[in-house]
Design a protein around this ligand. Structure first.
Ligand SMILES: NC(=O)c1ccc[n+]([C@@H]2O[C@H](COP(=O)([O-])OP(=O)(O)OC[C@H]3O[C@@H](n4cnc5c(N)ncnc54)[C@H](O)[C@@H]3O)[C@@H](O)[C@H]2O)c1
Length: 262
C-alpha cells in the first residue's frame, strides 16, 4: 500500500462487477475505505472478502440504482461506516437487448436510461452533499464507454447513455468546480470481464475477436481501468476535471472493423 487514497471514503456502484470490483480493490489497497454498492449481494460480498483478506477496509451495500431512496441510503451507509464520502465511482450497468430504434421496446429503452444514466445522476445527487461536508472536496469518476464516442450497430440504448454520461460529467464538473469537487469519466474500450460472456460465450472468444481490432492488438484488463480510476480519484489529478480518459487501446482513434450486429 502506498497510500494514494489515504483518508478517502469511496462508494462504488457496480462494485461487485469486473471493473467495479477491481477499482474497489485498487482504492482499498491504496488506503481508501470502500462501500461496494451492487444489486448482487453475493458479488458485493465476494469483493468485500477479497479486500478484507488483504487487510483493507470495505463494506457491502445492496442497492438498485434505479431507486432514489436506495441511492441515498448507500451514501448514508458509507457515512455511518467510514465518514463523509470523498469519492464516487459510478459503474452499474443494465443488461439490455441489442436492438435498433424500431425494435427496442419502450420498456427496455427506459430501463437502460434509468440504470445507466439516471442511476449515475442519483448517486451524484446524494454523494455531492457528503463530499461538501467532508471539507476536502471530492472526486466523481463515471464509467462511460468507447461506445459513447462512436456508434455501434443495434445498441441504441447503451450507446446513447454512454454519450450522455460524457456530457453529464462536464456539466457536473462545471457546477461544482468552485467547491473542489471534480468530475471525470473513463471510456473503456473492450475489457476482459464476465460482461462479455452474454455476447461472445467465452472470454477467450471475445479476446480473439476484439483484440486484433485494437491499435494495441489486444483487449484491456480490469487493472488497466482501475489504474486510470485511481489517478482520477486521487489528489494526483487535482487539476483534472470534466475530462474523459479513454482507456481503450486506441480503439477510438482508428476506423477498425466493428463486430457485426448481434
Ligand atoms: N467490460 C467492457 O468491455 C466495458 C467496456 C466499456 C465500458 N464498460 C463499462 O464498465 C462498467 C462495468 O462493466 P463490467 O464489464 O465490469 O460489467 P459487470 O457486469 O461485470 O459489472 C456490472 C455490475 O453492475 C451491477 N448492477 C447491474 N444493475 C445494477 C443496478 N440496477 N443497481 C446496482 N448494481 C447493478 C451488476 O450486478 C454487476 O456487478 C459498465 O458501466 C460498463 O458499461 C465495460
Amino acid at each position: 500500500m502506498t497510500g494514494r487514497m489515504k483518508n478517502k471514503v469511496a462508494v462504488i456502484t457496480g462494485g461487485g462487477g469486473g471493473i467495479g470490483g477491481e477499482v474497489a480493490r485498487t482504492f482499498a489497497r491504496e488506503g481508501a475505505s470502500v462501500l461496494i454498492a451492487d444489486i448482487s449481494q453475493a458479488q458485493a460480498d465476494k469483493v468485500v472478502a477479497s479486500i478484507k483478506e488483504h487487510g483493507g477496509s470495505a463494506a457491502a451495500f445492496v442497492l438498485d440504482v434505479n431507486d432514489p431512496k436506495q441511492c441515498e441510503a448507500a451514501i448514508k451507509a458509507a457515512e455511518s461506516h467510514f465518514g463523509h464520502v470523498t469519492t464516487l465511482m459510478n459503474g452499474a450497468v443494465a443488461v439490455t437487448p441489442d436492438q435498433n430504434v424500431e425494435n427496442l421496446s419502450l420498456e427496455d429503452w427506459e430501463r437502460t436510461l434509468r440504470t445507466n444514466l439516471t442511476g449515475y445522476f442519483l448517486m451524484c445527487k446524494y454523494a455531492i452533499p457528503s463530499m461538501r461536508a467532508s471539507g476536502h472536496g471530492g472526486s466523481v469518476v463515471n464509467i462511460a464507454s468507447s461506445h459513447g464516442h462512436y456508434a455501434l450497430h443495434g445498441r441504441i440504448g447503451y450507446c446513447t447513455t454512454k454519450a450522455a454520461i460524457h456530457h453529464m460529467t462536464r456539466v457536473i464538473a462545471l457546477d461544482y468546480g468552485h467547491e473542489n469537487i471534480r468530475c471525470n469519466s473513463i471510456s473503456p474500450g473492450p475489457i476482459d470481464t464476465d460482461r462479455v460472456l452474454r455476447r461472445f460465450g467465452t472470454r477467450e472468444k471475445s479476446n480473439a475477436l476484439r483484440g486484433p481490432m485494437q491499435v494495441l492488438g489486444r483487449t484491456g484488463t480490469v487493472a488497466e481501468v482501475a489504474n486510470a480510476a485511481l489517478f482520477l480519484a486521487s489528489d494526483e489529478a487535482s487539476f483534472v476535471t470534466g475530462a474523459d480518459l479513454r482507456v481503450d487501446g486506441g480503439q477510438t482513434i482508428w476506423k477498425s472493423k466493428q463486430p457485426e450486429r448481434a
